[in-house]
Design a protein around this ligand. Structure first.
Ligand code: FE2
Length: 152
């Protein structure tokens, strides 16, 4: 096996975060009765699953095995988004959960890796594209969340 680059763990963490996001967003999409929210969650969930697959592949292309890392918050996230509380309450809960993320967050780590010349160029290019898609998802979800938070 080649020497293990320092960023393989980051790529594996992105893979896990994205595929888990796909799961809980899809679970929420299947629960909500708000059609606009359902459509947005389904679109973003498909992106998240796809990102999970792409980073899974990238770890393997670099010559390494992916690994499983437990996320104690994940089960709770699925439980909350499929519960009987309102969509507005789910949004508030998810925003609180985001604040509890350990620092540096995965997002902070991949932003740093994008600008790190010791990371191989193809991975950096992938991270730039991934960041653009994630930003677009944040904007789209923010628009739908905003309407729900304002009682729409
Ligand atoms: Fe994501």
């Amino acid at each position: 096996m080649p020497d293990r680059p320092h960023y393989v763990d980051l790529l594996n963490d992105i893979r896990l975060q994205e595929s888990r996001a796909g799961e809980y967003l899809e679970a929420w999409a299947n629960t909500t009765t708000n059609e606009e929210l359902k459509e947005c969650l389904s679109m973003v969930a498909a992106r998240e699953y796809s990102h999970g697959d792409i980073f899974d592949r990238r770890v393997k292309e670099l010559g390494f095995e992916t690994s499983e890392v437990a996320d104690p918050e994940f089960v709770e996230k699925v439980r909350v988004v499929t519960s009987d509380i309102t969509d507005a309450e789910k949004i508030a809960w998810l925003k609180e959960a985001r604040l509890r993320q350990p620092s540096p967050t995965v997002r902070e780590r991949y932003e740093a890796a994008t600008n790190d010349e010791s990371v191989d160029p193809l991975t950096r290019s992938l991270l730039r594209w991934f960041t653009d898609v994630e930003n677009d998802s944040v904007v789209r979800m923010g628009e739908v969340y905003g309407k729900i938070e304002n009682g729409g």
